[in-house]
Design a protein around this ligand. Sequence first.
Ligand SMILES: [Fe+2]
Length: 279
Amino acid sequence: MSASGAGGARAGVPAAGAAGAAAAAGGTAGDAGGDALGGYIDLHCHYLPGIDDGVRTHEDGVALCEGLRALGFSRVVATPHIRTAMFDNDPAGLRASLEAFTRKAGEREWMPALGLGAEHFFDDVFWERFARGDVVPYPSGRALLVELPPAIFPQRTAACFFEMRARGVRPVLAHPERYRPLARSSEALAPLLDAGAFAQLDLMSLVGRYGRTARRAAERMLDEDLYQLAASDAHRPSDLPDVAQALDALVDRVGPARAVALLRDGPRRLAPRDPPADG
Ligand SMILES: [Fe+2]
């Protein structure tokens, strides 16, 4: 299946490719309030300009959002980095950034729905921030994206994840396939999933964006059915061709129905427009 082969093409935006094809196969009518292209929800991308290593300009932020929508994402939740001494963002600043971006981008016809979370680096500072509520969960308020150090998992990770769940916030683990402890075996993921974490695939891992080891780990974890959702982790418009190819690779690997589950149903559980009534 080719990234440019299936419908959805519009002048000036990439074709929907596998995203559109998978959406059709999954029979989606789109996210609530979304559109007919795919109804997917991207819970990991960096389109707010000038606040982390994502896009630098408003125009690139708009281009990234529009490109993601063309690939089938009807909602895109910005997840700027929060990492001490590297990306010193805070909830108020991020909310202001989203508001400014939304105000300016609101006139555009081809924008997906926007939302805000953050990619929290998991260290002692994060844990202190979490304890006092100084974090940016996903729009439901009941899940939050965390990134672990790449080489070694902190000793108390599973215990902290368990405590987060106990406090009503599900940890969502960014790109597990890119962590060294999971490079050759998924064993180290089990305690984290047991503690209540959801595993979020970085789509571009499937096209070798982070090297062969991460690609193989992603394929293995897909085969082992360990992911609950998939996201772009796109940082700039030039990432869009890789995201498109990765959507093709995902459909080829798991089939269209499972791809839709990872791109739409999993994210929707974490970031419904309104909190679910079932507690
Ligand atoms: Fe990211």
